[in-house]
Ligand binder design. Structure first.
Ligand SMILES: [Cu+2]
Length: 518
């Protein structure tokens, strides 16, 4: 990257601004069996750091991040998602990318609640986009008001844009927020709650000295013949938490719950506290783990979540940093892309109230999906190819987005998917609608598989990390490994997608439709 882009990252003072906490969105209606929200996407001016001029961004309700939507398990919720954005995009569009050609409006949006169990018409299918005032809509657009029945257990989800071909740009511009599912059962566990339950949306961005957002128009080696070209991955030069660059948070000397979400385009995080303290992970993507797990580091790929409890008691007056030690790209990245600082906790001298919250020994019994019940195994490759411009092209099963649907599970049946990674990087694979369990990962001979289509394992099957032994909706498929996941498809049938959640991959063909057949 050129020197000018490094400037702001070099001079912005770390831990200068306090961590913002997104407000909880108020419904327009609540009661008589349903709740109704309206959410408008608007251009807005935000301060990402007090030493930078304001930044023009796009936000739900004109906020970055968007307001937090809080629902109860089983609560029926309707949301009207409205686009009030300008017609010209804030960021450079690559018109060669699928679904982003000159025949569609530049600014298209569609909202997906990541991790929601939802009917297909309300899932935010990438071709169900709509423009300002619904003046134009994509060919899969069905309705303006989405319905969420929220059959999920208590979990930390997020809503974000999913429009075909420009998801990376729309989310980078600011279109993301938390969607929290709560439950009576979780409340009964008496974990830290209210002001001691704080969501942390971690993202990387690069800013020009005038405060404006920077997103590359070209990869490092510009592509001849193209004014704008998608990049193989994007790594920003600053880290933001809840929309502030390197913030601090004042905490009381007591327990806190943090809902940590990696909302970055391509960057993975390996998070730890700089005093080497333990954190207690209580949940993963789609809800509570069987029991809390004491950990010193958390790896989060784009879209993965971890709820953790940190106990600051006996740390009065201390300053503790949350730091990152992940290479970028992951897992074999360049040191020049790495950013260590994330945020700082400042422990106050005293508590306001005595902390009566718990870290319960038992959290939740999880249903066990047995391999014996699987009716189908699918071998699905993650491929590394080149396009006609010589650019890197990552695919699923060597197929693009427009190829005929090949994943067609039957409603209520269980399948095992073998994610066979033939590429040199880890891909976070996300499947809409369902949650899954990770069975194992196993090293294999990639060259032999590529040449002869023969699977030769080079090591034993490795069980998932303890923190991954819960309900997942996004899994890290590492290079040279087969990652096996098991899931049951339902309760809805219809058209959904599965894809890599590195947004630069997702926007450039590493996404496939799938259909649950009744
Ligand atoms: Cu990928």
């Amino acid at each position: 990257m050129s020197g000018t882009q490094k400037q702001t990252a070099n001079y912005l003072t770390k831990y200068k601004d306090s961590l913002p906490i997104p407000p909880v969105l108020k419904p327009l209606h609540k009661g008589e069996g349903f709740t109704y929200y309206k959410v408008s996407m608007k251009e807005c001016r935000v301060s990402v750091h007090s030493e930078l001029p304001e930044t023009t961004m796009w936000g739900y309700e004109g906020m970055f991040p968007g307001p937090t939507i809080e629902v109860d398990n089983g609560e029926r919720v309707y949301i009207k998602w409205e686009n009030q954005l300008p017609t010209v995009h804030l960021l450079p569009i690559d018109f060669t990318v699928h679904g982003a050609h000159h025949n569609v409006p530049a600014v298209r949006t569609v909202v997906h609640v990541h991790g929601a169990v939802v009917e297909p018409e309300s899932d935010g299918y990438p071709d169900a986009w709509f423009t300002n005032g619904y003046q134009q809509v994509g060919d899969k657009f069905v309705k303006q008001i989405y319905q969420y029945d929220n059959y999920m257990n208590a979990c930390t989800l997020w809503y974000h844009d999913h429009a075909i071909g420009i998801t990376r740009l729309n989310i980078y511009a600011g279109l993301a927020g938390f969607f929290l599912v709560k439950s009576e059962r979780e409340r009964s566990l008496n974990m830290p709650t209210g002001e001691y339950d704080i969501p942390l949306l971690i993202q990387d961005r690069t800013f020009h000295p005038d405060g404006s957002l920077y997103y590359p128009k070209q990869p490092k080696e510009p592509v001849p013949g193209l004014e704008t070209s998608i990049v193989p991955e994007f790594f920003g030069e600053t880290i933001l938490v809840n929309g502030k660059v390197w913030p601090y948070l004042e905490v009381e000397p007591r327990k806190y719950r943090f809902r940590v979400l990696n909302g970055s385009n391509s960057r993975f995080y390996k998070l730890e506290l700089d005093r080497n303290q333990y954190m207690f992970q209580i949940s993963t993507d789609r809800g509570l783990l069987p029991h809390p797990i004491g950990i010193k580091e958390i790896i989060l790929a784009p879209a993965e979540r971890a709820d953790i409890i940190i106990d600051f008691s006996n740390l009065e007056g201390k300053r503790i940093r949350l730091i990152n030690d992940a290479p970028a790209p992951f897992p074999n990245g360049d040191a020049e892309n790495e950013i260590k600082d994330v945020m700082q906790f400042r422990v106050l001298p005293d508590v306001v109230y005595i902390d009566t919250s718990n870290i319960p020994a038992q959290l939740e019994q999880l249903p066990f999906l047995s391999e014996k019940n699987a009716v189908r195994r699918r071998d699905l490759t993650l491929d590394h190819l080149k396009d006609s411009y010589g650019r890197e092209l990552m695919l699923l099963e060597k197929k693009g987005w427009d190829a005929p649907i090949s994943e067609n599970p039957m409603l209520c049946t269980t399948e095992i998917w073998y994610l066979i990674n033939l590429t040199p990087v880890t891909h976070p694979i996300h499947i809409h609608l369902i949650d899954f369990q990770i069975l194992d990962r196993r090293e294999f001979n990639v060259d032999k598989y590529k040449k002869e289509k023969v699977m030769e394992y080079l090591g034993p099957s490795i069980a998932p990390e303890p923190q991954e032994r819960g309900r997942k909706d996004t899994v890290r498929a590492n290079p040279n490994e087969v990652t096996r996941i098991i899931m049951q498809f339902g309760p809805y049938s219809g058209l959904y997608v599965w894809h890599c959640h590195m947004l630069e991959h997702e926007d450039y063909e590493m996404m496939r439709p799938y259909i649950v057949i009744r």
